[in-house]
Write a protein that binds this ligand. Structure first.
Ligand SMILES: NC(=O)c1ccc[n+]([C@@H]2O[C@H](COP(=O)([O-])OP(=O)(O)OC[C@H]3O[C@@H](n4cnc5c(N)ncnc54)[C@H](OP(=O)(O)O)[C@@H]3O)[C@@H](O)[C@H]2O)c1
Length: 281
């Protein structure tokens, strides 16, 4: 949530300190009604649904499989053997040593010329998009190029290539009318992907992703430290472990749905992701 939002590390520190001071004065009790996702997570039928899904021999592509979320997603997809074919679409080949990865296909593409790589997007039933960069890493224009243009072009090619279920990793607070570039871009992309009219389109809106990120991102590191020091019920509103996001993605995947569009906010991700924890790395 912090990445690319235009906040420098110093501003982020000040914001976190202000929130810390305000927290004791806030009324933070959750709503009484059952939060979205919890009934699905508690059905106890997940193993059966997973088996049914496997039997359909579907194929999947993942964009951003070298990233923090994409890596965990790929690992769990392979562990659960959910698809008969797994393809990674990325700007570079990823080296894998483990046996489990030996049948993974890799399509190396130039995202600036994606139209020339339309064949990479052909014939996948399901797609997951975990692409993204930060404003501090790529600049404002670079961030928009990756998080909006690359994502939208990929979704367009995926739809043309026959993808039925597109899963988009977006962000808490995504809002095309936001004055924050990060949230505005996320909201705009969510809305534009919907126009591609996938049979099923699922948007995940996690808050700050909790993981041991290899890349140094000071503001995110601080946010993680801050949220992990809060009581669980508070930190759950503002953060979520990547393993929980992935669990929610895969639990949702195997649950048949007649909804054309599903939007899972941070609370729903926690609920759906709590059914079974994925292995910690
Ligand atoms: N971090 C958070 O707290 C947070 C919170 C909510 C939502 N999100 C969103 O969740 C998504 C995934 O986040 P993450 O932290 O898992 O991502 P990440 O670790 O930063 O990985 C990003 C992925 O995008 C690829 N990518 C980046 N720049 C690229 C470029 N110029 N061309 C082609 N590919 C490029 C990376 O490939 P390479 O390995 O080749 O660089 C990598 O596979 C992002 O959209 C992010 O905005 C993040």
């Amino acid at each position: 949530m912090w990445q690319g939002s235009g906040l420098g590390a110093g501003t982020a520190v000040l914001l976190l300190l202000s929130v810390a001071l305000l927290l004791p004065h806030l009324h933070l009790e959750g709503p009484e009604e059952e939060p979205p996702g919890s009934s699905m997570a508690d059905t106890g039928t997940l193993p059966k649904l997973r088996e049914d899904f496997r039997m359909q021999n579907k194929s999947v592509f993942i964009l951003g499989a070298s990233g923090e979320t994409g890596q965990v997603l790929l690992r769990e997809i392979l562990k659960e053997n959910l698809f008969s074919k797994v393809t990674l679409i990325g700007r570079r080949k990823i080296e894998f040593e483990e046996e489990a990865y030996k049948h993974v296909n890799q399509e190396v593409v130039d995202f600036e010329k994606l139209d020339e790589y339309s064949s990479a997007f052909q014939g996948h039933d399901v797609g997951f998009c975990c692409l993204g960069t930060t404003r501090s890493k790529a600049g404002a224009d670079g961030f928009v190029r990756v998080d909006r243009d690359y994502v939208l072009k990929s979704a367009e090619l995926a739809k043309a290539g026959g993808c039925k279920h597109f899963n988009l990793l977006s962000s808490k607070g995504a809002d095309k009318a936001s004055s924050f570039l990060y949230l505005q871009v996320k909201g705009e992309v969510e809305a534009k992907v919907e126009e591609f009219n996938f049979d099923r389109y699922t948007i995940f809106r996690p808050a700050v992703l909790l993981c041991n990120r290899k890349e140094s991102r000071p503001a995110e590191w601080l946010a993680r430290k801050f949220f992990s020091s809060l009581p669980t019920s508070w930190s759950k509103d503002h953060s979520v472990p990547i393993t929980t996001v992935v669990r929610a993605m895969l639990n949702n995947l195997v649950m048949p749905s007649d909804k054309k569009m599903e939007l899972l906010d941070n609370q729903a991700i926690h609920n759906l992701g709590k059914a079974e924890d994925v292995d910690k790395p």
